[in-house]
Design a protein around this ligand. Structure first.
Ligand code: DGL
Length: 268
């Protein structure tokens, strides 16, 4: 069994952890939420890269065999350097514009992501690989992450802000919407309320966990074990709040794992 670190600026990566527990329940996990510093999406590239490096080193030094950077923003700004410095598999997440380009029927795709992701070289390089007849409408979701961090994903305030952000995508007639931030799957209900059921939502968590599985299979042959491992929730802000939100937001039955939580001390 492997110990897998899952890191995000806050609770967004719980959407990836949820999928990991569904596909790979037998492993042990450390979920690290840097909620004291969320949102990352409006911070400078250098800050995001530096902080992400510190946190991934922390996970590696705590015995992780692999790390999922469960944050599009941190992946865009930091994954290259982190892979260069750490010797364990590092799996990142990026907005699923490639699968969206394959699924769209009318060639119009909306992508909702943080400002830092949208302006990153990594995202723009990915965008350049799309076929020319695919029209992508980029929209920053400014202000949404703090609402989700505050447990207000289903609030009228979130619905209103989301409505403003989705208006240009709706006006352009997109038939496909990429959830380009791991916090946004928690807005699924509000998105459906605003855009209806016909729009295709693209969320890459399933593919990310498949990639994680391939990476750990290379090192670990014992994937057949049917046990359920431990999940340690670590927050730089408030570990009981993190645990409460994990129970609220995730579909996994956390009680069937050995769960614990703790506060992240000074690690810089
Ligand atoms: N979950 C992060 C992402 O996927 C949120 C970024 C933020 O903290 O702004 O981009």
């Amino acid at each position: 069994m492997a110990l897998i670190g899952v890191f995000d600026s806050g609770v967004g990566g719980l959407s990836i952890l949820d999928e990991a527990l569904r596909q790979l329940p037998q492993h042990d996990y450390i979920y690290l939420a840097d909620s004291a510093n969320a949102p990352y999406g409006e911070k400078s590239s250098d800050w995001i890269a530096g902080r992400s490096m510190v946190l991934c080193k922390y996970l590696a030094s705590n015995g992780c065999d692999a790390i999922v950077i469960a944050c599009n923003t941190a992946t865009a700004q930091a994954i290259k350097q982190i892979r260069a410095e750490l010797e364990i598999p590092i799996i990142g997440v990026e907005p699923g514009i490639k699968p969206a380009a394959m699924q769209t029927k009318n060639g119009i795709v909306g992508v909702l992501a943080t400002e830092a992701t949208l302006k990153s070289d990594k995202f723009n390089a990915l965008l350049a690989t799309l076929p020319e007849n695919c029209h992508v409408i980029k929209q920053s979701g400014a202000g949404l992450v703090p609402l989700i961090e505050a447990g207000k994903a289903d609030s009228a305030e979130a619905l209103d802000l989301l409505g403003q952000h989705l208006a240009p995508i709706l006006d352009a007639g997109a038939d496909t919407l990429v959830l380009g931030c791991t916090h946004y799957p928690f807005l699924r209900k509000a998105i459906r309320k605003l855009l209806g059921d016909s729009i295709t939502l693209v969320d890459t968590s399933e593919a990310v966990v498949k990639q994680l599985q391939r990476q750990i299979e290379n090192r670990d042959q014992d994937l057949q074990s049917q046990g359920r491992g431990t999940v340690i929730f670590i927050s730089s802000k408030n570990e009981s709040l993190l645990l409460g939100m994990a129970k609220d937001l995730m579909f996994s039955d956390l009680q069937s794992h050995f769960i614990s939580s703790k506060r992240l001390g000074e690690i810089a």
